[in-house]
Design a protein around this ligand. Sequence first.
Ligand SMILES: O=P(O)(O)OC[C@H]1O[C@@](CO)(OP(=O)(O)O)[C@@H](O)[C@@H]1O
Length: 456
Amino acid sequence: MFTRVHQYSTNEQVRVPNVIALVGLPARGKTYISYKLCRYLNWIGIKTRAFNVGEYRRQACDFEKEGKADFFDHSNERAVRIRDECAKHAMEDMGRYLDSKKGEVAVFDATNTTRPRRKMLLDFCNREDHETKFRLFFIESVCDDPDIIDSNITEVKVNSPDYKGRMTEEQAKQDFLQRIEKYSAQYAPLCEEKDAELSFIKVINAGRSFFVHNVNGHVQSRVVYFLMNIHLLPRSIYLTRHGESEYNKIGRLGGDSPLSENGVCYAHKLRKYFEKENIQDLRIWCSQKIRVAQTANHLKDLAAHVEYWKVLDEIDAGICEGLTYEDFEARYPKQFSERDKDKYHYRYPSGESYEDLVARLEPVIMELERQSNVLVISHQATIRCILAYFDNKKREELPYLNVPLHTVIKLTPKAYSCQIEMFKFKIDAVDTYRAKPTEELPWELNGTESNLCRSP
Ligand SMILES: O=P(O)(O)OC[C@H]1O[C@@](CO)(OP(=O)(O)O)[C@@H](O)[C@@H]1O
């Protein structure tokens, strides 16, 4: 007799709604963490939304009239009342989001620096009227490195809607420093003894060290793992497909064919491009397909490391490997239209779906988060998945992102976005893009320079 081992799917594991609450003084990167977490959790298929209490406060009162830094003084009773009301309002919205099952994780982005505020949140999560109580996890960002704080204030805070257009950058900076002082007077950091029952992680000096306490459940452990891998250092990630292959030329899917003449030409030009970029400690990650290895061969000596990852192989088209789209439609018309209906979830018989591909590529994303400069040479479907992560794309858009041949996509991660530049090489190649039948154009990218397609 066989015993069936129950395999938990991601969805089963996240049935308990989770609240992730940030803790920390202003300018400690809380919104940055919340943005990155939302992007990551949504990409791996856990529906997540951030609730930023600052935005509720901005809607509730005119900051100009309230007196800036004084608004955050704990002796300003009116302001304390307004701030508590805003927090409650955000909590109620968060509750509706989780109770209605629209989302599985809510990120509560606020300072939460006092014990009473955290108690209020805990009571809210344990309220009996929720269908299921919410599991609460705190992420405290502790930072005493003046350089990190200063760069956060100068790069992010002086441009916040509180200040932009209302005062000079210097005035904004001074006001913000006073705001930090007001919060510091009331700040009660999380503490192993006093908060023994709570689950939390302390991220110290933007990830130089961590303190993890009482982790509870799948979502929390994934969050901890993710936080321990991200960094803030400047770097660029380059994505490209292999040069045009013999199969591309005749429109066949998958397979393991070599480069066409045009493809070889691209490999040479790619070398020239990276010679010019002159990147220190470049790592090249390739799939294990011949067309990718041939593209990478010309670049090997420019890189500090070249690695061949099976997980970077193209989507497995199963019984459709080696067919053209026309063959596919003629042989398996039902399957073909199923794919058009829901390309993200459609799994090729004996092959993979885009959803499978995202799961397969998670270690690549995690490793990309850890590394500095990396060039990934891979395939149309895999690059779409990686790009969707960095450009925060929805699942329905992901399988239709336009990733043309003979193009380098340069990603430069910024605090709350990712700059995307596309360099199209002037070397002929077939167009392998197949639009969604009703759609006329490929989906646009979000990135700051998304429409920019330049020649290198
Ligand atoms: O999901 P769709 O849009 O079919 O694109 C994936 C297809 O792209 C192709 C080319 O048609 O990728 P690649 O040339 O990068 O290997 C196929 O191998 C693969 O099946």
